[in-house]
Design a protein. Structure first.
Length: 264
């Protein structure tokens, strides 16, 4: 009888051990899968020696971001790689980030370009053509072409003149609004393709504003993906026409930048 009780106890202990360790392993695996499926897209607008406005990040802070990524084993991957993974239902690469910049501000040429060359990282720029070689704050077409020739910059669309679609929708009647949307999406795409001789099929929504109608019109115009400013990583299964990006501020440095990447 004693031998039977001892044998039963051993079996029960084995079952309990298997249940605890098996459950723990399953939870750990689930956590690993969850934490490994997101790729943060880091959105910049302009750099400079001082914080001129909420969209400016000082050049030293931008370089501190690049140093942190390198020192902590992150890989800066092309935005196109993320799109290809999503389109083809492939796993997103772990411990990776994407760097993008909106608008075409001249500081991308003067301040960002030297650091992009130094760290040899890919960057996607979202451009609205009406400002280029026109607005005092913007780059010229020749400067953009120089960026493209480095092989490190991909140039994509930010509509033609960066409208606020909510305002335009209230201001215009239905047909006028539809015309504005079509012009903003198509004219930008056509101009950029003419200037650079490359495929323009990615779109950043001005002010992060989009809806089902705008998404549908963007798809009709030939865009395969579009980007909002929802602050979270891109994950498998996300809506291709409203992919999230982290809009960075100068305060996102040190521990703040680390928490943004890790989610902790």
């Amino acid at each position: 009888m004693r031998a039977v009780r001892v044998g039963t106890a051993i079996v029960l202990m084995a079952v309990v051990f298997w249940f605890i360790t098996g459950s723990f392993a399953a939870v750990s695996a689930d956590k690993a899968v969850t934490s490994g499926t997101g790729v943060p897209i880091l959105l910049y607008h302009r750099l400079g020696p001082t914080v001129a406005d909420s969209m400016t990040i000082t050049t030293p802070v931008f370089e501190s971001h690049l140093k942190y990524l390198r020192q902590n084993g992150y890989t800066v991957i092309p935005l196109r790689q993320v799109i290809d993974c999503l389109k083809n239902n492939k796993p997103l690469p772990p411990h990776s980030v994407v760097i993008v910049a909106d608008d075409g501000h001249k500081s991308i040429y003067t301040d960002m370009l030297p650091l992009v060359r130094k760290y040899q990282i890919p960057v996607t720029l979202f451009i609205y053509p009406s400002a280029i070689s026109n607005a005092s704050y913007a780059m010229t077409w020749n400067q953009l072409k120089e960026l493209k020739e480095t092989g490190l910059f991909d140039l994509q669309s930010h509509t033609y003149w960066h409208p606020n679609f909510k305002v335009e929708k209230k201001r215009l009647d239905k047909k006028e609004y539809e015309k504005v949307v079509e012009t903003q999406l198509k004219k930008s795409k056509d101009k950029l393709e003419k200037e650079f001789g490359t495929k323009i099929d990615l779109l950043a929504w001005p002010f992060g504003i989009y809806d089902d109608y705008l998404s549908g019109k963007a798809s009709e115009a030939g865009y395969v993906a579009a980007f909002s400013i929802e602050r979270r990583p891109v994950r498998s299964g996300d809506n291709m026409m409203s992919l999230p990006r982290f809009l960075l501020e100068n305060a996102n440095q040190g521990k703040s930048f680390e928490r943004l990447l890790t989610g902790n």
